[in-house]
Design a protein around this ligand. Sequence first.
Ligand SMILES: Cc1ncc(C[n+]2csc(CCOP(=O)(O)OP(=O)(O)O)c2C)c(N)n1
Ligand SMILES: [Mg+2]
Length: 569
Amino acid sequence: MKMTGAQIILDGFVKEGVEVIFGILGGAVLPLYDTLPQYPQLHHILVRHEQCAAHAADGYARATGKVGVCIATSGPGATNLVTGIANAHLDSSPLVAITGQVPRALIGTDGFQEADITGITLPITKHNYLARDAGSLAKIVKEAFYLARTGRPGPVLIDVPKDVFTEQVEYHYPTKIDLPSYRPTLQGHPAQVKKAARLISEAQKPVIIAGHGIIIAQAYAELKEFAEKAQIPVVTTLLGISCFPESHVLSYGMLGMHGMAYANLAVHASDLIIATGMRFDDRATGVVSTFAPNARIIHIDIDPVEIGKNVRVDVPIVGDVKAVLGQINKLITPTEHIEWVGQLDDWRRQHPVTDIRDSQVLLPQFVIRTIYEITRGDATIITGVGQNQMWAAQYYWYDKPNTLISSGGLGTMGFGLPASVGVKVGRPDSTVWCIDGDGSFQMTLQELATIQQERLAIKIAIMNNGYLGMVRQWQELFHGRRYVATPLSGPDFVKIAEAYGIPGLRVTHKDEVAPAIERAMAEEGAFLIDFAIEPEENVYPMVPSGASLAEMLFEPEKEEAVWPRRSTL
Ligand SMILES: Cc1ncc(C[n+]2csc(CCOP(=O)(O)OP(=O)(O)O)c2C)c(N)n1
Ligand SMILES: [Mg+2]
């Protein structure tokens, strides 16, 4: 059968199970869009900036486990995707991005809206292609989806010259993948697994550090079995949050720069770290030279490149974390670490870092805890970047799998709102809360239009401190309180929302918090709350850069705490 390049791409999408595409059109992709009505199974969502097409596709991918798809035109459309692609790359999110390119005859001439997007995205994609003819497209599309979703997932970009979209060729969608040099290892090497099991049985003070890989591999049950069988405390990375129920008796929260004190102390004192689907990011480890100084390290990761990259590892195991934990679970025998777990509980009592101090001012921690209480933990939380992100990680309790979606590796301000678009499209029946910063929100707030056009019931909570708060915190603590370029004015966010047809409220007092959140939940569609929070509130604990995890700064004047952490399961 003869088909055009555009038809080959869209037919491939359908065969790969795509249902939603996020994008913005332009000259170079016009033939692709012109063909879209022939494929009514594909729902196109028009975003207002290509960066947001990539973030929405990323949010969709994380929420569903499927590949997210985005489209941009050549030149500025393609370059606008770059931040979103880099974000997906650092957080191992599976994307397929299609960019239009100038017609083949114009490539290399600085043609109108020409940008070498395969060159630009080479270091931030898992792989990319320039489709030189329509005959190569079927194979490219098939491979792109395979590469995006298998092994360590990531973004794949396909750049398609305008005249390749319209070129007609004979079409067969390949049934097989032929990539001899790409064979992700799934099972762990048996000898390594055995070694790991031995170290686990010998350890006195073991800690599991669980990362995003657990969520990507959906290894929730295997992790729980492992932790329970060997009675090992579990701490998570930021992106690992919600891979293990936080109410579980063995859960000790997030580690790292703004991690729970007891999680950091546990890692620092540990004699064995079992790192599962995490990559020792510097925000998680503190300074690496003093990371877990007394521990041996077992590192399980599907990407061999991550092994030994940042910290020395005693037992590397390359494989799918679900498969490898299954292998380990078979070898280990039930153990107890009563003293060690007791020690962690003591640390938790000494440092009740998630208690909220009793204060009449509007504290962001109080707002987030109230969102938790009112949603009963049954929501997906998407965050901006900065203090708002850390408070959302610390003060909401994540018991349900994969319920926190945040920009970890790249730390992209502006991720929250567009990612929420993708999450809500992927999980239409879930309650979706975007907890954002006033600075982050202002980077992509135009997506309110997309939310309104698609009638997406996203609830938005802006932690409005009038600052680029996280940077202000660093200025306060490490730069003599010189607030250079961090005070941030903003529009009246409620009026902005209203202008987009979205109702909203401004909250300035503690007593208004719960009623406003109830009101947002009662609204059928989207709703925005602008919380005028305490402007100079800081995120604690904090491991200053260059310090080890055991060297934390704590909230200086914690008054009498209210609303203490709830009892464990
Ligand atoms: C795109 C981008 N630019 C700059 C930064 C650096 N940065 C990190 S946090 C932050 C402040 C964020 O301000 P806001 O969104 O208001 O959140 P807050 O910390 O106040 O909660 C900045 C500027 C970043 N992470 N991303
Ligand atoms: Mg702010």
